[in-house]
Ligand binder design. Structure first.
Ligand code: UD2
Length: 307
């Protein structure tokens, strides 16, 4: 069995690649290293890596023909709400057009895949009051990022139904763990917090810290992705989260305790297009056998140990 992982040198992608290699799959990675890093890929001798952009349509088509992957995990993305507001056109070309082009090519050439998994985001739910978010909760995408993710989900599911392709979508909540790149202002907040705690840098807190998120340790995310693959599920959407809501203030406090050091905080206005509260219902995943192995404290301790 062969798996193609776009964004496979990125934070979540590289953990997925490790797991797929351990499961005995042949793994092919496409990553343009815009946020990813080849050092993230542990078993480089066992993985075929192409440093390429998923927007290179010709290249991607040739790759699919040559490699004939059974499983496709589409993780390549401009992965930030704030970044998408700065660069809406570029976000769109990666987060929607590249995915669409691949689906269209698979359809036209009848490429015999076993699963096409698209990674969407909790951002699609927006700021509607229903909590926790279920996969069939109303959506209200507020940013170019969220709009692209939601529209692409619809393409992925419609292509699945209309052309009988084995497609599935997941909505990541806030994923953290080793390998997350803290170097951009759009990086995940826990990677930035880790960097600030480690290097005694001031942390910029956007808003009053009362915004909530559902943080999930990357190992649990990989568990969920693999369960979805093994279950042969198709034409479904799954939340991938921990199922617990925590405010940013509470997360900072917990992390300071775990790290045994305190943070210097600079306040800044809240970010545009941001979600105020976020927490998932993970019942659908639990039905597939998912159990969260990492509480926030356990995950933060593990992350801090390796930082
Ligand atoms: C996360 C995902 C995004 C999308 C979204 C869905 C990451 C990196 N991004 O965006 O892809 O799926 O969830 O809702 O996981 N913050 C600070 N200071 C900083 C950085 C962040 O206060 O230096 C705040 C930020 O304003 C936000 C919270 O921390 O309220 C989490 O920010 P984030 O960028 O880690 O993730 P989020 O939820 O915006």
């Amino acid at each position: 069995m062969k798996a193609l992982v776009t964004g496979g040198a990125g934070f979540i992608g590289s953990h997925l690649v490790d797991h797929l290699v351990a499961e005995g799959l042949d793994v092919v990675v496409v990553d343009n290293l815009s946020m990813g890093d080849l050092h993230n890929v542990k078993h480089q001798d066992e993985v075929t890596i192409y440093v390429e952009d998923v927007r290179n349509e010709k290249f991607m088509q040739q790759l699919l023909q040559e490699e004939q992957p059974d499983y496709i995990y589409f993780l390549a993305a401009v992965a930030s709400v704030a970044d998408s507001i700065e660069r809406p056109a570029e976000t769109h070309s990666v987060n929607q057009t590249a995915v669409f082009n691949m689906l269209e090519y698979i359809r036209k050439t009848n490429l015999p895949i076993k699963q096409f998994l698209f990674t969407s985001s909790a951002a699609v739910y927006g700021n509607l009051p229903e909590l926790p978010k279920k996969e069939d909760s109303r959506v209200d995408p507020l940013s170019p990022y969220a709009i692209d993710k939601y529209a692409t989900e619809r393409f992925v599911l419609a292509y699945g139904e209309l052309y009988d392709l084995p497609t599935v979508c997941v909505r990541f909540f806030n994923v953290y763990g080793p390998g997350q790149n803290p170097s951009s202002p759009y990086s995940g907040v826990l990677s930035i917090l880790t960097d600030c705690l480690n290097n005694k840098k001031p942390f910029t807190l956007y808003g009053d810290g009362s915004q909530t998120r559902d943080f999930v340790y990357v190992e649990d995310v990989i568990q969920a992705l693999w369960l979805i693959t093994k279950s042969d599920t198709e034409h479904e959407v799954f939340n991938i989260a921990n199922g617990n809501e925590a405010s940013l203030n509470a997360i900072i406090e917990t992390y300071e305790k775990v790290a045994g050091t305190s943070l210097q905080i600079k306040k800044a206005p809240g970010r545009e297009g941001e979600v105020k509260r976020s927490v998932a219902n993970i019942g659908k995943l639990i039905k597939l056998g998912y159990t969260t192995k990492w509480s926030l404290e356990a995950g933060l301790s593990k992350y801090w140990e390796g930082a």
